[in-house]
Design a binder for this molecule. Structure first.
Ligand code: FAD
Length: 405
C-alpha cells in the first residue's frame, strides 16, 4: 500500500482522544447496561446522570470560572457521539447542558445570570430545558404566542410550551417569548425561568416511539414573574435582531444533534458487523455474502460523510465561537439521514432478531427518528440550505460559478 503523506485536518489532539476514551468508558460501563430498561419503563436515566456527573463531564463546555472546563463544540461533539453510541436517551442529558440553556447563558447572559446558573450546570446539580415550540408554532416558530407583559420593573410571562425535552425534571428553562409590542419575528427574545417559580406547571408528558427515557413535557407558564435579571435577550418590537441571534445560537444544538446521530449510527453499524461475522447461515457467515457486504459499505460511507460534515462545522466554530449556519444545516441533515439509513439497514442485517426488542438496533432506530424532528426538522434544514445556495451562498472553502437570485 502507498503510505499516506497527508495530514488529517480534523485529527483529534491527545486531550481530545483522552476525553473520547473517558466518555466511552462511562457510556459502556454505566449507560449501555441500562439503555433497554429506560426504553421499556420510560424511567428517567438517573444512573446515567450520576455517571456523567461523577466523571465531571457535564461541565466540559462551561467556563472554568464557573467550575467547567471551558471547551468548545469539538469536544461537545466527541462526548455526545460516545454517549449516544451507547444510549441516545442518556446522551440528551449532556446535550441539554452542553448546547442548551447553559451555553446560551454563557454567551448571551449577564454576569449575575451566569453566576446564578452556570456553577449548578457545570456540577451536574440541575438539568435545564428549552421552551421554544408551541402546539401552533413548531417549524413556524415566528407564530409563537408566548408573551411578556410589563409588571413594574419586570414582566409577567404567559406561555404554553410543547415538547420540552426534560421539562418535567429541569430546574431552569430557556423560554422564547414575545416582548411587549412584538409581532411576527420582531420582538421575540428569551428569558430564563426558574421552574420552581409560582405559576409554572407541568401539564403532561408525551408518550413516544423512542427516546423514551427522557420525556418531552408540556409546560404552562401562568403569569410567572420575570425579574429584569431573568431576561437573557430582550426582544425589540422594531427589530428581529434578537430572534436572529437566538436562531443562530441553535447551531450548537444542531451540531450536538448531529453528533448524537453519528454516535448512535456508529453503535448500530458496529453491532451489525459483529453480528454478520458471528451469524452462520447454511454453513457460511453472513459476512461472506457480497450483497450484505455492500450494505456495510454503504452504511459506513454515508456515516463517514456525515461525520466529516459535522467535523467541518464544529471546527469552523473555533474554540469559543458558534458553528456557521450553512455548514451546520448540512451536517445535521446528513447526520439525520445517515442515521436513519444505517439504523434501518442494521435492523435488516439482523433479520428477525433486528426487529426484536431483545436486540438494541430497533431501539436505536426509534431513538434517532426523534432527532430527525427535534432542533429543526430535516425539511427545515433543507429549506435553509436550498434558499441560501440559490441566493449565492457557498459552503466554506468553495467558490461556485452560479448566478444568485
Ligand atoms: C424528540 C423531540 C425533542 C424535542 N425537543 C424540543 C425541546 O426541547 N424544545 C422545544 O421547544 N421543542 C422541542 N421539540 C419540538 C420540535 O422542535 C418540533 O417538533 C419541530 O420544530 C417541528 O414542529 P412541529 O412538530 O410543530 O411540526 P410542524 O411544524 O407542524 O411540521 C410538520 C411537518 O411539516 C414539515 N414542514 C413544516 N414547515 C415546512 C416548510 N416550510 N417546508 C417544508 N416542510 C415543512 C415539517 O418538517 C414536518 O415534517 C422536540 C421534538 C422532538 C421530536
Amino acid at each position: 500500500m502507498v503510505p499516506s503523506i497527508g495530514v488529517d485536518p480534523f485529527a483529534e489532539t491527545d486531550d481530545q482522544q483522552a476525553l473520547r476514551q473517558l466518555a466511552r468508558g462511562v457510556a459502556e460501563r454505566s449507560l449501555a447496561p441500562m439503555a433497554r430498561h429506560g426504553d421499556e419503563t420510560e424511567e428517567f436515566p438517573q444512573g446515567s446522570w450520576d455517571a456523567i456527573r461523577a466523571a465531571d463531564l457535564f461541565g466540559i463546555t462551561i467556563g472554568e470560572q464557573y467550575g467547567g472546563m471551558g471547551l468548545g463544540d469539538i469536544e461537545a461533539a466527541i462526548v455526545l457521539e460516545e454517549l449516544a453510541r451507547a444510549d441516545v436517551s442518556s446522551a440528551i442529558l449532556a446535550q441539554l447542558t452542553f448546547n442548551g440553556p447553559p451555553r446560551a447563558i454563557e454567551h448571551l447572559g449577564s454576569d449575575a445570570m451566569k453566576q446564578r446558573w452556570l456553577p449548578m450546570a457545570a456540577a451536574g446539580d440541575a438539568l435545564f430545558c428549552i421552551g421554544i415550540s408551541e402546539t401552533e408554532a413548531g417549524s413556524a416558530v415566528g407564530h409563537m404566542r408566548a408573551r411578556l407583559t410589563p409588571d413594574g420593573d419586570g414582566y409577567r410571562l404567559n406561555a404554553y410550551k410543547n415538547y420540552v425535552t426534560g421539562g418535567h425534571k429541569s430546574r431552569g428553562c430557556l423560554v422564547w417569548c414575545r416582548f411587549p409590542g412584538s409581532e411576527g419575528t420582531k420582538g421575540i427574545g428569551a428569558v430564563i425561568v426558574d421552574l420552581e417559580a409560582d405559576g409554572v406547571s407541568i401539564a403532561g408528558t408525551h408518550e413516544k416511539m423512542g427516546l423514551r427515557a427522557t420525556s418531552e413535557a408540556e409546560l404552562a407558564f401562568d403569569d410567572v414573574r420575570i425579574e429584569p435579571g431573568d431576561v437573557l435577550l430582550a426582544g425589540d418590537a422594531a427589530s428581529n435582531e434578537a430572534f436572529r441571534t437566538l436562531i443562530g445560537h441553535i447551531n450548537h444544538e444542531r451540531c450536538g444533534n448531529a453528533a448524537m446521530c453519528v454516535g448512535a449510527a456508529q453503535g448500530a453499524l458496529e453491532y451489525a458487523i459483529t453480528y454478520m461475522n458471528d451469524r452462520v447461515i447454511g454453513g457460511r457467515p453472513l459476512a461472506d455474502l457480497q450483497g450484505l457486504q455492500w450494505k456495510i459499505a454503504d452504511m459506513a460511507t454515508q456515516l463517514e460523510g456525515a461525520r466529516l460534515l459535522l467535523k467541518r462545522a464544529v471546527h469552523l466554530a473555533g474554540a469559543h465561537g458558534t458553528p456557521p449556519p450553512l455548514e451546520t444545516a448540512m451536517a445535521k441533515t446528513a447526520a439525520n439521514l445517515a442515521a436513519k439509513f444505517v439504523c434501518d439497514e442494521a435492523i435488516q442485517l439482523l433479520g428477525g432478531y433486528g426487529y426484536s426488542r431483545e436486540y438494541p438496533v430497533e431501539r436505536v432506530y426509534r431513538d434517532i427518528r426523534g432527532l430527525c424532528i427535534g432542533a429543526g426538522t430535516v425539511e427545515i434544514q433543507r429549506n435553509f440550505i436550498g434558499t441560501n445556495l440559490l441566493r449565492g451562498a457557498t459552503p466554506s472553502g468553495h467558490a461556485w460559478k452560479s448566478t444568485p437570485r
